[in-house]
Design a protein around this ligand. Structure first.
Ligand SMILES: [Zn+2]
Length: 127
């Protein structure tokens, strides 16, 4: 089966996030250069490398949609404003903790929804 490079990332965390998102959509992916990049993170730009994520050619189009959708920034589901804040007194450490946890267990990511409040249109939503 033919594979294509979907994207490349600067670090293993980013690569894991993308792989997790792809897996959620049932898209198989694998990465290369991980050891090299982890050992010499500062050499990335210089060497033109990074962690490359490969997918099957037939999944490539769908995979691109997935990674575009998984833009890290959170925006309002109602008006798409990025002027949002976390609700419910969850502190940032807890959120970061959940994110780290979900890296190690793909199961956890489904249960780590956080409530947000949009400052522009006033609606509440979960991400
Ligand atoms: Zn809004």
């Amino acid at each position: 089966m033919k594979t294509v490079i979907l994207t490349s990332c600067n670090n293993a965390v980013e690569a894991s996030l993308i792989q997790g998102n792809l897996a959620n959509e049932g898209i198989e992916s694998f990465i290369s250069n991980e050891n090299y990049t982890s050992l010499y993170p500062n050499m990335n730009g210089a060497m033109g490398s990074g962690i490359q994520i490969f997918v099957n050619e037939e999944d490539a189009e769908r995979a691109l949609i997935v990674i575009n959708k998984s833009d890290q920034s959170i925006h309002c589901l109602n008006c798409h404003s990025k002027n949002v804040k976390l609700k419910g007194g969850k502190n940032i450490l807890k959120v970061v903790g959940i994110m780290i946890m979900s890296l190690f267990s793909s199961k956890a990511s489904g249960n780590s929804k956080s409530k947000y409040h949009c400052n522009d249109c006033g609606s509440d939503f979960e991400v």
